[in-house]
Write a protein that binds this ligand. Structure first.
Ligand SMILES: [Zn+2]
Length: 470
């Protein structure tokens, strides 16, 4: 869930919540399916699917459960790239009436590393404590995987025939750096298995609570564009006993200092304007007023006030930051080469060429060569259409009547980009209500609230029904 992010910087106070807020109670799944979801979560957490191990073991476990529940072998496919056999994916299909292109559900099976020395519990054991399940992947995102799989099994057992096919793809390598990203690979190599009219990705966002009250439901419609640039200075070098004014390291770092002081121009999009307007309406006091002003005709003053918050700043503009430096050949040699990696996240609609030109202008030294690391695919935004928004409200109102549904743009990235690039609109919104001020995805002591997880089973089930209906 690089793509998932939380406005924790806006938090007023972290609520210690051991159970669901009293007014967050809603419909629950039948006990047998609550138990099935818990068993599934336990099995998935205890299969260590970090990058080095891959996700084939977890994919096979998901497939075994689907087959045992009555899915035909022809509707359960475990597939992996030939050159990455450990990066397995599983695709399950529940056949519908054919009244429209299929609904695709995507969720990744891999997790980021967890060092057992940093955790009070074993990160690869599901541990129940104080109303939470602890373990790597409980939040990101084996919890949602377990709920989507259980919902599909429940539909199968209930004999439910949706209007359109429902496809669930549980995939590899979302976290790992992308050499075998499952969603990207499935669209390239097995389009027939995953072709759909709409893809729902439960890897982030979704219903949140704040200060023990249900707060809103986030739906990610777009993400910033990931682009990496290399900056390089070369020099004839020489002996360190005879320093000169020209020096590759000083020249490069002088340029980097200018970049450090630079802020890209503010660039709001339809999504970020709606986000600031609606979230600002929920915030009390001056912060809310400033957020709403960001969506208005003259946002500059509020942008100045709020831009110091890294989360808000990332939503307001393209950002570029130096993340790596390499320079010099030996302690007694003047450096003949100095090299920096600059990582940028572009506001959708801006091009990598524009950003390269901006970097060159800011650095102001033609001897610092700027090059784009590799070409970037720019996925279009999937704006919330009135139909989709109405479906989310129909779903959410069954749990928390009139809770706002707010679109957002993630400064990070998610697998939805690959669906969007393949021409399949995609939204990111999870099924499990969580405390917006206490996200632990990728962190230590990752956990999921048990009551929220149980209820999330019903939410996932109804979400799939609402979105597969014609
Ligand atoms: Zn994730």
């Amino acid at each position: 869930m690089i793509g998932s992010w939380r406005v924790s910087a806006l938090s007023l106070a972290a609520a210690l919540t051991l159970a669901l807020p009293a007014n967050a109670a809603g419909p629950m799944p039948p006990p047998a399916y609550q138990a099935m979801a818990r068993d599934t979560l336990k099995e998935l957490v205890e299969i260590n699917s970090v990058h080095a191990n891959g996700s084939t073991g977890a994919a096979e476990a998901v497939a075994r459960r689907a087959l045992a529940a009555g899915f035909a072998p022809a509707d359960v496919h475990v597939v992996a790239p030939a050159d990455h056999p450990t990066k397995g994916n599983v695709v399950i299909r529940l056949h519908g009436k054919g009244l429209g292109k299929p609904l695709l559900l995507i969720g990744h099976l891999d997790v980021v590393e967890a060092n057992p020395r940093d955790w009070p519990t074993d990160p690869f054991k599901l541990v129940e404590k104080d109303g939470y399940y602890y373990g790597r992947g409980t939040e990101d995102m084996k919890g949602d995987d377990a709920l989507v799989l259980t919902a599909l099994i429940r539909m199968k057992k209930e004999g439910f025939v949706p209007d359109r096919d429902i496809i669930a793809a549980f995939t590899a390598d979302e976290e790992g750096g992308g050499d075998a990203d499952g969603v990207q690979w499935l669209f390239a190599a097995h389009r027939d298995l995953v072709d759909a009219g709409l893809a729902l990705n439960t890897d982030g966002d979704g219903p949140v609570w704040k200060n023990a009250v249900p707060y809103y439901v986030g739906v990610e419609t777009s993400e910033k564009v990931y682009a990496t640039y290399e900056l390089e200075v070369t020099n004839r070098g020489g002996h360190s006993s005879l320093p000169r004014a020209d020096n590759a390291i000083y020249q490069l770092t002088t340029g980097l200092q200018k970049l450090a002081a630079y802020r890209f121009p503010m660039h709001l999009t339809d999504t970020t304007r709606s986000y600031f307007r609606e979230l600002g309406g929920l915030q009390k006091g001056p912060l809310g007023a400033d957020m709403q002003a960001l969506a208005g005709a003259s946002p500059e003053g509020s942008a100045e006030k709020l831009g110091g918050d890294p989360v808000i700043n990332a939503l307001l503009r393209t950002t570029c930051v130096t993340t790596m430096l390499r320079a010099g050949e030996g302690e007694s040699a003047l450096p003949s080469r100095a090299h920096a990696t600059v990582q940028c996240r572009l506001i959708p609609g801006e091009t990598t060429g524009q950003t390269k030109a901006a970097l060159e202008a800011v650095i102001g030294d033609p001897a610092i060569k700027v090059s784009l690391d590799e070409p970037v695919d720019q996925a279009p935004e999937t704006l919330l259409t009135p139909d989709v928004l109405a479906r989310y409200h129909r779903l959410v109102d069954q749990f928390w009547p009139h809770l706002p549904v707010i679109p957002d743009m993630t400064p990070g990235a998610s697998d939805s980009v690959y669906a969007r690039l393949a021409g399949v609109p995609s939204y990111v919104s999870g099924a499990i209500l969580f405390d917006i001020d206490d996200s632990r995805a990728h962190g230590r002591d990752e956990r999921v609230n048990i009551a929220a997880f149980d209820q999330g089973g019903e939410y996932a089930y109804r979400m799939i029904k609402v979105f597969s209906a014609r």
